[in-house]
Design a protein around this ligand. Structure first.
Ligand code: HEC
Length: 150
């Protein structure tokens, strides 16, 4: 069954709460994942080693659907639709590696490849998501209700 749609505007309140309570245990408080030796046992959800802005998972409907069905691991289906959208919005408004189709400008790339179901090219807390920057792991950007990505 498809998830009921929640607009980006509605994904503003409490969006970090689900992550901290239900996901950070495995994926890390900074979304950094967990390694055993060189290999990730729990994948990072944002930052340098996470899925990039071209991967399907950066799209909100796909992420929310995947999360609702599969996460927390072993407890698929336990989140409400709203919680799945909220946590997908939180994760997918964090920095991640560039879209491999990058055209040299975030704005051009957004126009060509990104539409209403993701946050590429949106401004959050004064920073443009997808802007070429040195990516390090960590430090989630916490959207305030008034500054939620649009
Ligand atoms: C018990 C550990 C555990 C918990 C808790 C957990 N995850 Fe995961 N998660 C995993 C593992 C392991 C994978 C990789 C295997 C897979 O894709 O099924 C994964 C994969 C993912 C992916 C795909 C990452 C990628 O690179 O494609 C996303 C997104 C994700 N989890 C989100 C969440 C969210 C959101 C929560 C909280 C609601 C959560 N996870 C809770 C263990 C966990």
């Amino acid at each position: 069954m498809p998830l009921s749609f929640v607009s980006k505007k509605e994904m503003t309140s409490q969006i970090r709460t689900v992550f901290t309570a239900q996901c950070a245990l495995c994926h890390g408080a900074q979304g950094q994942g967990q390694k055993s030796g060189k290999h990730y046992v729990f994948p990072p959800l944002w930052g340098a080693d996470s899925y990039n802005w071209g991967a399907g998972m950066h799209r909100l409907p796909l992420a929310a659907g995947f999360i609702k069905a599969n996460m927390p691991l072993g407890q698929g289906g336990s989140l409400s639709d709203q919680q799945a959208w909220d946590v997908a919005a939180f994760i997918n408004s964090q920095p991640r590696p560039q879209d491999p189709r990058f055209m040299g400008s975030v704005e051009e790339t957004r126009k060509k490849y990104h539409d209403d179901d993701d946050f590429y090219g949106h401004t959050l807390n004064g920073a443009v998501l997808g802007a070429p920057t040195q990516l390090t792991q960590g430090t989630p950007q916490i959207p305030k209700a008034s500054q939620a990505p649009r």
